[in-house]
Design a protein around this ligand. Structure first.
Ligand SMILES: [Zn+2]
Length: 86
């Protein structure tokens, strides 16, 4: 595989991330993870939707997110809990 892009140095955290990604045994699963991670990164860059937050203001940042966005943050917390259990 040739590297045509001039890659910057990876941080330790980025390298660990890539190793975990490449450790996935199944190509189909890996494709799904690529898609999901990009979607997740989109959410982190844009943690808001067109909804209305709990105090009646438009959905904004994670502290004033609407029910839909709050559910996503709660789901992420659950994933974090599960990963700690191994
Ligand atoms: Zn929202």
């Amino acid at each position: 595989m040739s590297q045509s892009i001039d890659h910057p140095e990876l941080s330790a955290a980025e390298w660990e991330f890539l190793q975990n990604l490449r450790a996935l045994p199944d190509e189909a699963l890996r494709q799904r993870v690529h898609a999901s991670l990009n979607e997740l990164l989109f959410f982190f860059r844009n943690p808001k939707c067109q909804g209305i937050g709990v105090e009646g203001f438009p959905c904004g940042d994670p502290r004033s997110s609407c029910d839909d966005c709050r559910q996503i943050w709660e789901a992420l917390d659950k994933v974090a809990e599960r990963s700690k259990k191994g």
